[in-house]
Write a protein that binds this ligand. Structure first.
Ligand code: NAD
Length: 246
């Protein structure tokens, strides 16, 4: 039977980019997938694609940085599928660059809210039910910026460093309840529609010699969610063509 037969997987920020590829792959492997993003129409298109391909999916549009919307989203999933087995925290703002000297409080608060608070809200809501069931997996999305500075990304890098620290701390608190907490570190995954010319220039800096595509993220995501990773918690897997080891 398929690896995720009947498992319930919530992917946040799944209307496009990495989240969509991960949601589609979980569905191909038999999961019942709750598809989240901000806008209902974009979420619905992803759900229709999964269902047309023979998979099972539910549209749960919500702002994952808003506690009331997160509560409604989980209640909707539980009413439909019963529970959540796997939470894949992927939603985030990626277009956040601003030189530190041009920063202001609004910029800082928005990025912290969407990229970091959302991971707390979703993980906390998911973990409370997972703890009662004595099983569950939480996977969150970091960035190379957590350990190596990106120019103009003080706030973004702070959220990703925060996600790595939170992941280790949650892994400890939740281990006695049978919940594993891990993460992925994407790098140079072309979700931003770069031109061929831009790709050729930047590809020279990737040891494996090419840009990643969203589908490159799905192997690590599914591995960490699967029982093959039953003894792994508090860890991150980089999926970046070798960029971070240079
Ligand atoms: P993307 O912009 O295509 O996907 C992010 C999604 O999150 C979007 O669909 C967006 O609408 C959604 N989103 C934003 N705010 C939201 C909110 N409040 N509630 C619900 N959904 C919300 O970008 P991507 O490249 O696919 O990035 C996905 C994740 O991977 C992000 O966390 C990003 O920081 C991380 N990441 C990506 C790369 C890369 O190379 N692409 C590198 C490092 C980290």
């Amino acid at each position: 039977s398929p690896r995720f037969d009947g498992r319930v997987v919530l992917v946040t920020g799944a209307a496009g980019g990495i989240g969509r590829a991960v949601a589609e792959r979980f569905a191909q492997e038999g999961a019942r997938v709750a598809v989240n993003d901000l806008h209902a129409d974009a979420v619905q298109r992803v759900v229709e694609g999964i269902v047309t391909a023979g998979g099972s999916a539910l549209a749960v549009p919500a702002d994952v940085a808003d506690a009331a919307q997160v509560e409604q989203m989980f209640a909707h999933i539980e009413a439909t599928f019963g529970h959540v087995d796997v939470l894949y925290n992927n939603a985030g703002l990626i277009d956040t660059t601003r030189h530190f000297l041009e920063a202001d409080e609004e910029w800082w608060d928005r990025i912290i809210r969407v990229n970091l608070k959302s991971v707390f809200l979703c993980s906390h809501r998911a973990a409370r039910v997972m703890a009662r069931r004595r099983r569950g997996v939480i996977i969150s999305t970091s960035s190379g910026g957590a350990t190596r500075a990106h120019r103009g990304n003080v706030a973004y890098d702070a959220t990703k460093g925060g996600i790595e620290a939170m992941t280790r701390a949650m892994a400890l608190d939740l281990a006695p309840y049978g919940i594993r907490v891990n993460g992925v570190v994407p790098g140079f995954i072309n979700t931003y529609g770069l031109t061929d010319e831009q790709l050729r220039v930047r590809e020279k800096t990737v040891p494996l010699g090419r840009y990643g595509v969203a589908e490159d993220m799905t192997g690590a995501a599914l591995f960490l969610a699967s029982d093959d990773a039953a003894y792994i918690t508090g860890q991150f897997i980089s999926v970046d063509g070798g960029v971070l080891v240079q």
